[in-house]
Design a protein around this ligand. Structure first.
Ligand SMILES: [Zn+2]
Length: 134
């Protein structure tokens, strides 16, 4: 967890926002849903939804990807931006969407059973087969 103020935008810029407050360390998610959505494993930080302020969101659309979650993406450029567990006050944000330097750091690999076979996991990161309670 790091206290940061960051700016973010999708590839076309039609979705842009600022975040402040505590940002969770980035977690690489290897679940099948993330791989399908991102075309690769996902790298998400997480903030309190109240700490996110939209500057533009006219092309932001949501896809209900399971009973418990939805994913936010840009309908213009196709960027995968958000993962949101329904009924919670936090929102996960794709780390690559932030302007550099992010000062974020990647801490763990999760849902490693879902990973595809074309890449290897980084051996330096702790690995969890499910969502860890940390
Ligand atoms: Zn876009």
């Amino acid at each position: 967890m790091k206290k940061l103020s960051l700016k973010a935008k999708c590839l076309c810029g039609n979705v842009s926002f600022k975040t402040k407050g505590y940002h969770r360390d980035v977690q690489n998610c290897h679940c099948v849903q993330c791989i399908k959505t991102h075309g690769n494993y996902a790298a998400y930080t997480k903030v309190e939804e109240n700490d996110l302020k939209f500057l533009a969101k006219k092309s932001l659309r949501w896809f209900k990807s399971s009973k418990r979650a939805k994913r936010g993406f840009c309908s213009n450029c196709g960027a995968s931006i958000f993962f949101k567990v329904l009924g919670t006050k936090q929102i996960c944000i794709s780390a690559g969407i932030f302007n550099k330097p992010t000062k974020l750091k990647t801490s763990i690999d999760i849902f490693t059973k879902g990973k595809s076979d074309y890449y290897k996991l980084n051996n330096n990161l702790p690995k969890f087969s499910k969502y860890p309670k940390i």
